[in-house]
Design a binder for this molecule. Structure first.
Ligand SMILES: [Cu+2]
Length: 180
């Protein structure tokens, strides 16, 4: 009897392990990379991370073949100037989201190895603090498309659409970045 119990426990444990391997709690949407003219040294990439788990998660880095270095940055206004600096992590709240978007958190491609033309695709690997690695393919957007991206990225599809017309500052507070 006790050995049958052990078999059952082992089976359940195996099922749980395989579920973990198959599905990520983190869902990526709205990936984008900013097109840059030939010779440009750097560009930015954007994506929304939706966390479907009940635990906070953290984006701590990214990799891509198209640049010498890929860093996680935050842009923010300091007085009259937009400043940008590298951050160690971006928090993705439990059952919440983090939006990497122009004027906020972004993935910085430093030392571009090739020209990023509108219509190209760039492959990334996003690295989470818990060791998970998330593949991401992002389209390169023209300046005109990038100008459209900002509102699109702030739509928050599953949330209250009546908030769509509010200004960016409101959204910055809503998406949990105001404490940074
Ligand atoms: Cu940057």
């Amino acid at each position: 009897m006790s050995s049958r119990f052990l078999t059952t426990v082992a089976t359940v444990a195996t099922l749980c392990a395989s579920n973990l391997a198959l599905a990520s709690d983190i869902q990526l949407s709205n990936p984008a990379v900013r097109a840059m003219p030939p010779g440009a040294p750097a560009s930015g990439a954007y994506v929304t991370l939706m966390n479907h788990s009940k635990h906070e998660r953290y984006l701590i880095g990214a990799e891509s073949d198209v640049a010498d270095a890929v860093e996680v940055h935050l842009s923010e206004m300091q007085g009259d100037t937009m400043k940008m600096y590298q951050v160690e992590q971006v928090q993705v709240p439990a059952h919440g989201q983090a939006q990497l978007k122009p004027g906020s958190y972004h993935i910085m491609l430093v030392g571009l190895k090739k020209t990023l033309k509108a219509g190209d695709q760039v492959n990334f690997t996003l690295i989470m603090k818990n060791g998970e690695r998330l593949p991401m393919t992002a389209p390169v957007l023209s300046p005109e498309e990038m100008a459209q991206y900002m509102p699109a990225g702030m739509k928050m599809k599953s949330m209250d659409h009546s908030k769509m017309n509010h200004g960016e500052h409101k959204h910055l507070m809503e998406d949990g970045h105001s404490d940074h």
